[in-house]
Design a protein around this ligand. Structure first.
Ligand code: NDP
Length: 516
C-alpha cells in the first residue's frame, strides 16, 4: 500500500526538531536552591503512563461500515504517527468514493429502524456507550495521547470525562425531544455526514455522534488523517454496546474522503469542525441542496485582563487559554488584551509562570505541553511566528529543552503586537500568544471584535457589572468570565462570522439534527 507524498503525516524537509530561539528566563529562584532547570524550584521524577495501556493497535485498519471492519475498495493507505516520537503507529485506509457510498448506504438502511425506536430505547444504547467509555477511559486516554501528542493529564482529566459526559447528557434528551422546544414531534433528518479535526479527536466525535443518535439520525463520520485511532477504537465500543448495524459508520482518509462524504447526495445533514477555508468550500458545495449544515470553524479569541483583576488567577487563565492542548484549540485565548496600567505586572507574572511549564513526553503525567500534532502544523506555527518577528513584534520563550525527536514548539509570547500583525489576525493554532494593550473598556471591546472570527472571549475583572457590559458587546459565541476554556455538555458552543454557524452542546445542539 502506498502513502501519498502530500500526507500531513510525512515530515517536511526541514528538521523535525525545532531550534526555536529560546530566550533564557530569569531564574525565579537562586541557582543554589534550583534543580538545574532555570526558573524551576522543584524537579519532578518522571511519572510515565504505560503505552501498553492503549491496548492493541493493529498494524492496519479498514473502515467500519455496517457494523463490521471492512477493506477499502481502493489500494491507497495512510500512516498515522506518534507526533512525540515520529514512530508509525498504524496504517489506515484512504476512503474512496465507493467506500463513502457503501457507508452512506449502510447508514441509510439503518435509519428507519433507528428513528422508529422509542427515545427511551435509543437512550439505553447511549447510556451503554457512555458507561463503556468510562470503563475504558484509561485505554482511550493513552491511545489519544499517543496518536495526538496531547498530554495524558489532559486526555485523562479533560477529554475523556467530557466524552462520557456528552453521551450521558444526550442519552438524557433522547426520550424528551417533544419537550425540547422544537415543536410537538420533531423528526430526525436521516444520514448525518460528520467530519472532525485532529485537536480533540474523541471529544469532537462525541460532540457530533451523541446528539445525532439521540435525535434518531444515523451517521458516517470521518476522523482527521493524523488522528484516526480513537475513532476506530470507538467503532469497537459501538459493537460492544450492541448498537444496531449501520447506525454508526467510520470512514477514514484525508480531505478527499471528507469532500466525497459531504457531497454525497443521500446525506441529509453535514456537521463539520475544522478550518474556515475548508468550511467555506463545504458551504459552497452544499449551496442549493436541501442538506442542513453546521460549521464550527476557527477563532482568534481575546482574553481581556482589566487592572482590577486578580492577577495571579488571570495569569493561570492566560496560560490555560493558550497553552492548553498546545494551543490547538479553536477557542484558544490567542490574543491577550491587557489594560495598559497592569501590563508590566501581568507580563512579568506570565513569564515566571511560563518558565515552570513542562514541555515533553505526552505520556508523562507531569507534562503540561505535549507534542505538536503534525509536521505540517509545526511548519505552520513556525512560519507564522517567524512572520510575527519579521513584522516587528518581540518574541519570548522560556528556556526549555525540547526532545530530540518528534514535533515540538516552545510556549511563546509576542509583545509589541499591533492589530495589523498577522499573528494578531490569523489562527496560529499553536502555543503562541500575542499581547496587545488597551486603556478603556470601549477600546477593549473594539480591539476584541476587530477580527474576522467570533468564537470565544474571556474577561478578567472583579466587577460583575463590567463583565455583563463587556459580554453584551463582544461578538463571540462563548464569553467566559474569570475563567477560560471551560466546557460542559449542557452548554451550547459555536460562533459568529467566520467562526461558523450552528450550535453544538446543550439543548441548542439538538436543533442541528432535527427537522424543526
Ligand atoms: P482542515 O479543515 O483541513 O481539517 C478538518 C477536517 O476536514 C479533517 O478531517 C480534514 O481531513 C477534513 N477535510 C479537509 N479537506 C476537506 C474537504 N475539502 N472537504 C471535507 N473535509 C475536508 O484543517 P487542517 O487539519 O488542515 O488544519 C489547518 C488549520 O485549520 C489549522 O492550522 C487551524 O488553524 C485550523 N483548524 C481549526 C480547527 C478548529 O477546531 N476550528 C480544527 C483543525 C484545524 P484531513 O485531516 O485528512 O485533512
Amino acid at each position: 500500500m502506498a502513502t501519498p507524498k502530500n500526507s500531513k503525516q510525512t515530515a517536511p524537509a526541514e528538521p523535525a526538531v525545532p531550534a526555536e530561539p529560546a530566550v533564557p528566563a530569569e531564574p525565579a529562584v537562586p541557582a543554589s536552591i534550583g534543580n538545574g532547570f532555570p526558573g524551576k524550584l522543584f524537579s519532578y521524577a518522571p511519572a510515565p503512563e504505560s503505552p501498553a495501556a492503549a491496548g492493541d493497535i493493529a498494524s492496519s485498519y479498514g473502515h467500519f461500515i455496517g457494523g463490521e471492519f471492512t477493506e477499502s475498495a481502493g489500494k491507497e493507505a495512510l500512516k498515522t504517527v506518534n507526533p512525540a516520537t515520529e514512530q508509525v503507529l498504524a496504517e489506515f485506509a484512504q476512503g474512496t468514493e465507493e467506500d463513502v457510498d457503501r457507508a452512506v448506504k449502510a447508514a441509510r438502511d439503518a435509519f428507519p429502524g433507528w428513528a422508529a425506536l422509542p427515545g427511551s430505547e435509543r437512550a439505553k444504547y447511549l447510556f451503554r456507550i457512555a458507561r463503556i467509555i468510562q470503563e475504558r477511559s484509561r485505554e482511550l486516554a493513552v491511545l489519544e495521547s499517543i496518536d495526538n501528542g496531547k498530554p495524558i493529564r489532559e486526555t485523562r482529566d479533560v477529554d475523556l470525562p467530557l466524552v462520557a459526559a456528552h453521551f450521558f447528557y444526550y442519552a438524557g434528551w433522547a426520550d424528551k425531544l417533544e419537550y425540547a422546544g422544537f415543536g410537538p414531534s420533531p423528526r430526525p433528518l436521516g444520514v448525518a455526514a460528520q467530519v472532525i479535526p485532529w485537536n480533540f479527536p474523541l471529544l469532537m466525535l462525541a460532540w457530533k455522534i451523541a446528539p445525532a443518535l439521540a435525535t434518531g439520525n444515523t451517521v458516517v463520520l470521518k476522523p482527521a488523517e493524523t488522528t484516526p485511532l480513537t475513532a476506530l477504537r470507538f467503532a469497537e465500543i459501538v459493537r460492544q454496546a450492541g448498537l444496531p448495524k449501520g447506525v454508526v459508520n467510520i470512514v477514514t482518509g484525508d480531505g478527499r474522503t471528507g469532500a466525497a462524504l459531504t457531497a454525497h447526495p443521500d446525506v441529509a445533514k453535514v456537521a463539520f469542525t475544522g478550518s474556515t477555508e475548508v468550511g467555506r468550500s463545504i458551504a459552497r458545495s452544499l449551496a442549493g441542496s436541501r442538506k442542513k449544515l453546521s460549521l464550527e470553524l476557527g477563532g482568534k479569541a481575546a482574553n481581556i485582563v482589566f487592572d482590577d483583576a486578580p492577577i495571579d488567577q488571570a495569569v493561570e487563565g492566560i496560560v490555560n487559554g493558550i497553552f492548553f492542548n498546545q494551543g490547538h484549540v479553536c477557542c484558544a485565548g490567542s490574543r491577550l488584551l491587557v489594560q495598559e496600567s497592569v501590563q508590566d505586572e501581568v507580563l512579568d507574572a506570565l513569564k515566571r509562570r511560563m518558565a515552570t511549564l513542562r514541555v515533553g513526553d505526552p505520556l508523562d503525567k507531569n507534562t503540561d505541553v505535549g507534542a505538536i500534532n503534525s509536521a505540517a502544523q509545526l511548519a505552520r506555527i513556525r512560519e507564522l511566528s517567524d512572520i510575527g518577528e519579521a513584522e516587528g513584534a518581540e518574541r519570548w520563550s522560556p528556556a526549555c529543552e525540547l526532545p530530540s525527536s518528534g514535533y515540538w514548539f516552545a510556549p511563546t509570547v509576542f509583545t509589541g503586537v499591533s492589530q495589523a500583525h498577522r499573528i494578531a489576525r490569523e489562527e496560529v493554532f499553536g502555543p503562541v500568544l500575542s499581547v496587545l494593550t488597551f486603556r478603556t473598556p470601549a477600546e477593549a471591546v473594539e480591539k476584541a471584535n476587530n477580527t474576522p472570527y467570533g468564537l470565544s472571549a474571556g474577561i478578567w475583572t472583579e466587577k460583575g457589572s463590567r463583565i455583563l457590559w463587556m459580554a453584551s458587546r463582544l461578538r463571540a459565541g462563548v464569553v467566559w468570565s474569570n475563567t477560560f476554556n471551560k466546557f460542559d455538555p449542557t452548554s451550547p458552543f459555536g460562533g459568529y462570522k467566520e467562526s461558523g454557524y450552528g450550535r453544538e452542546g446543550g439543548r441548542h445542539g439538538l436543533e442541528a439534527y432535527l427537522d424543526v
